[in-house]
Design a protein around this ligand. Sequence first.
Ligand code: ATP
Ligand code: MG
Length: 354
Amino acid sequence: MPPFQDHTIVVLPGDGVGPEVTAVACAVLDSIGDFYGHRFTYQEHLIGGAAIDATGEPLPDATRDACRAADAVLLGAVGGPKWDGGKRRPEEGLLAIRKAMGLYANLRPLQVSPVMAHRSPLKKEIVEGVDLIVFRELTGGIYFGEKTRTDTTASDLCVYSVEEIERVARAAFQTARQRRGKVTSVDKANVMETSRLWREVVTRIQAEEYPDITLEHALVDSMAMHLIRKPREYDVILTENMFGDILSDEISVLGGSIGLLPSASLGTEGPGLFEPIHGSAPDIAGQDLANPVGMVLSAALMLRHSLKLEDEADAIEAAVAAVLAAGAVTADLGGELGCRAAGDAICDAIRAIH
Ligand code: ATP
Ligand code: MG
């Protein structure tokens, strides 16, 4: 037995189904820790609506400081109708923590298993076997440029620096090396100057640093079409902030249930933030109905990207795949298991694999 290795993980359960799914993720991490000799220490902190209720602030200082000092951060979900129209919004907490942690790349992997393909709105033959990951730039672009407004006009400035493009491009190429070795960079270089800079920088980084990776460029409009016609052709998709926002929502429906999909947000160094792509799901909160898989796969991304525990991440993903294949699933996938029982099934699968 190797000596136990300690990792400090800040857990932000948040609102709605957030506390239910983060509890499952921690149980799954403990099961993995037992087999690989890691001890995960969890520090729970407030964010979102829960934090507004307790402190008046969606991101209390104590939460921000703990996140910055952690090895990694797991987040459930924030928001809900309870805080609609309030002075502070739960979602402010999410934007503030991303900024405070310097997170510049948002990753969303999607692997479509036969169970998921069956529930996809697209034909099974088109989506089964999809295995791709989107890298969305998070700090630049039209979201953060100068905004102006007069009575008759409005403008949003789109700005990118070479450095912002380089760092997210490197992250994407690095990941492509561990996958099938192909990056599709998405832009609108026929119209936008920022996209022409994007294309130049990505092309240079590939030539200078990642000659082993195949790079192709696509225009965002045709990419939107190709993603539903031939999604299996893509491996790593690299794109700027707004195009990434739109394409990741498009991609999220290929796999059937929003409850299955994880995400990671990464900075240059320091901890990453890992959360399912779904929201707080207030309609099913507190009823043990939520699908915990998106959160559990987010914990796997945490192991891979922040803690560099590749085998452990693979083991969680294999356990989830086995459970889905066996049909041990929650109501959103047509199953009968509750959130906790679905989590137990994943822990059992981890024990069975080892
Ligand atoms: P947000 O604004 O936070 O993104 P939203 O209302 O757009 O929230 P969700 O909270 O993700 O979206 O909920 C959308 C739908 O998907 C709801 O019907 C919800 O019950 C369902 N849903 C979301 N997450 C899960 C999950 N983990 N398991 C099962 N169903 C879920
Ligand atoms: Mg939403």
